[in-house]
Unconditional design. Structure first.
Lengths: 220, 467
């Protein structure tokens, strides 16, 4: 996983609440068996005027000039700004892959849906929940000054604006550690392999009906 | 010390290891797998040279991409075909049990889990699909995960989890005739909002929930995620125990009785304290119809499309204006004057046998209206389809002008060929009315199976109690 320590970049304002993962990456692109290549079709229905299908050359499609990510300098943004409940709906991790493939490293919103929030950390995308009035202030600043860059400092848990404003954010200690170090969850968990096996052995006595497969393996 | 909630009991019983910051390694008993969110996880295992920890805890089925007509002809779309055959190959390579497309037991992953007794009370259940919350209806801790976590569960049989907050949603009172589990959950979402349950596990309780069948409780828990909650659950009662008496993967004989004894403990203690309690009067819930592009945009069938001008919260009002524009609706239109083009009866929310019985009963000898170009019934599994045919429901649907299809997710999310064309309006028993969900530019109204069938016959929404 790509590590995250500090990041500075252009902020794209997506002034909507309840942005769902169907909107972030529509279903037809979920047919891919890969983790990459979702960037050109992020927000497909909002971004293009013509319908898209997998395998198309998306650079040849008609872009919707009113959509923020089609407008300079937001087409080069690496920080996405949105309203409450960002990433709701489907669990599709493809939504996170689409955002990172587009070039986003962080999303700032007043709140996030749980599964999206979780998926983000697995891919080095930092979801930052700020207070509603702070998000409002950033929306105003970006509207007044398109191309405004924010600096995100994860070790110190603060977002810094060019005018000197600072916005502190909360983050789970363990998740912060994994992001900063770019750690692989699975390798970490497998350090507890003996504990997992011990748990299974104990549970086979308590709830044996959930372990038919393992019991037959040991001849029971 | 206060007693434990059902959530606490289920969580505590599965903790393998807990860090001092409260991050727990949670053991996963049942892992359901489908073709859309698993290929990258299997590939991850392959790249790291890892094997699944416990294939016996996994069950795979293709459902999102499968065609609902002409199965014998295979999958026409080459991209969909490749995804389904990738699942077949992965299951073979790693030794995972799969019900492939031609298997009678194939169906929507959340329908077949309980139907097979593969998911059981007291188990932790995950799947790379947000509607995994469905399985909470049987007293399981069930929630959707992303593909990275799918790989994590495959490799370690565990997940890193922190305890969430708990919410009790109490629905007391007797539900009126024609008011179903779907109406109950839509009313709940209308009340607490699509983010109302974010950060919580919801336990649905109260006499109205207890009165529901296990299948009805599944419809309710299924849509927990539409209220923002990853997990929804209902306490075990005798209905739950009886449900598993004849399921293929469920324990039998003495082992069943031993399991049942444990299952009966799976309820919140009387003195358990929830972080939040929400109450609804079940007797006041009316048949519901959604009017917008978020499941919280919903109201009673006898109401009207709301007016954004009357909304004081400016962000909300803007959301409503966007939704009405997309839906092609004028404020203050009576719901019963909204005419529809298509009808979809199916999905992991409403494609079980009781749903099909309710839909068939609501047809009442009528015929699909002339303005409805397609009304389709997509059973949740091959076994549901078989049972419905035994009962003659297929004939009721076919004679009324509905199409009778093969099982799969179908037009709930339109990954296969079943979809809405731009501007088409659909009465749908599915779970999401997001923009483009059922096809780019398509307009979805969420309703119960009976309401969908009655709307198909009338050509517009009607109060199923008066139809």
């Amino acid at each position: 996983m790509q590590a995250f320590t500090t990041h500075q970049g252009i902020v794209a304002p997506l002034d909507r609440s309840n942005v769902d993962t169907d909107a972030i990456i529509p279903k037809q692109y979920l047919k891919s068996v890969k983790r990459t290549g979702f960037g050109p079709t992020a927000f497909d229905d909002w971004r293009y005027l013509d319908p898209g299908e997998p395998g198309m050359d998306h650079s040849q499609r008609r872009k919707n000039p009113d959509f923020v990510l089609n407008q300079a300098p937001f087409d080069r943004a690496s920080i996405l700004l949105a309203r409450e409940n960002f990433g709701c709906g489907s669990s599709r991790e493809h939504a996170v892959w689409a955002l990172t493939d587009f070039g986003f490293r962080a999303v700032i919103a007043p709140s996030f849906a749980d599964i999206f929030f979780n998926n983000s950390f697995k891919n080095g995308l930092l979801p930052i929940a700020l207070k509603e009035k702070e998000v409002d202030a950033i929306f105003k600043a970006v509207t007044a000054n398109p191309g405004l860059e924010l600096e995100i400092d994860l070790p110190n848990q603060v977002v810094k604006a060019p005018d000197g404003s600072e916005y502190a954010f909360e983050i789970d200690r363990f998740r912060k550690h994994c992001l900063i170090e770019g750690l692989d969850d699975i390798a970490l968990t497998l350090e507890h392999a003996e504990k997992i096996k011990a748990y299974e052995t104990a549970q086979m006595e308590k709830t044996p009906w959930l372990f038919n497969d393992l019991r037959s393996n040991v001849g029971g | 010390m206060a007693g434990k909630t059902l959530y606490d009991k289920l969580f505590d019983a599965h903790v393998v290891h807990e860090q001092d910051d409260g991050t727990a390694l949670l053991y996963i008993d049942r892992h359901l797998v489908h073709e859309v969110t698993s290929p990258q996880a299997f590939e991850g295992l392959r790249l790291a040279g890892r094997k699944p920890w416990r294939t016996g805890a996994m069950l795979a089925v293709p459902d999102h991409n499968v065609p609902t007509t002409n199965r014998a002809g295979g999958i026409v779309d080459p991209v969909s075909r490749e995804q389904v055959s990738t699942l077949d190959r992965n299951c073979q390579e790693f030794g995972v049990q799969e019900f492939p497309m031609a298997d009678l037991r194939q169906g929507i992953v959340h329908i077949i889990g309980p139907e097979e007794g593969f998911t059981l009370p007291g188990a932790t259940v995950v799947c790379g699909d947000s509607h995994t919350s469905t399985h909470g209806a049987i007293g399981a801790l069930a929630f959707g995960i992303g593909t990275s976590e799918v790989e994590h569960v495959m490799a370690t049989q565990t997940l890193l989890q922190k305890r969430t907050k708990t919410m009790q949603v109490r629905v007391d009172g007797e539900l009126g005739p024609g008011v179903t589990a779907k109406d109950v959950v839509l009313a709940i979402i209308g009340k607490i909002g699509t983010a109302g349950g974010t950060g919580y596990a919801i336990e649905f309780a109260g006499s109205a929930i207890e009165s529901l069948s296990i299948e009805g409780r599944m419809s309710v828990c299924n849509m927990s995620i539409e209220a923002g909650a990853r997990a929804g659950m209902v306490a075990v009662d005798e209905k739950t125990v009886d449900y598993f008496r004849d399921k293929p993967f469920a324990p039998t004989g003495e082992m069943f009785e031993r399991a049942a004894e444990y299952w009966r403990t799976l309820k919140s203690d009387p003195d358990a304290v929830f972080d939040k309690v929400v109450t609804l009067d079940g007797s006041k819930i009316e048949p519901q119809v959604s009017w917008g592009t978020s499941p919280e945009m919903v109201g009673p069938v006898n109401g009207r499309v709301p007016d954004p001008a009357a909304e004081t919260d400016s962000v909300k009002a803007e959301g409503m204006r966007n939704a009405l524009k997309y839906m092609g609706l004028e404020p203050n239109t009576p719901m019963t004057e909204i005419r529809i083009d298509k009808v979809f009866i199916g999905s992991c929310t409403n494609a079980r046998i009781e749903d099909l019985r309710a839909a068939a009963a609501a047809i009442k000898g009528g015929h699909v209206a002339d303005n409805v170009t397609l009304a389709m019934v997509v059973p949740g599994s091959g076994l549901v389809r078989e049972q419905a045919e035994k009962e003659g429901l297929d004939k009721v649907f076919l004679e009324a002008g509905f199409e009778w299809r093969e099982p799969g997710c179908s037009m709930c999310l339109a990954m296969n060929a079943d979809r809405l064309e731009p501007g088409e309006r659909c009465a749908s028993t599915s779970n999401r009315n997001f923009e483009g969900r059922q096809g780019q530019g398509g307009r979805t109204h969420l309703v119960s199976p009976a309401m969908a069938a009655a709307a198909a016959v009338a050509g517009h929404f009607v109060d199923v109690r008066q139809a």
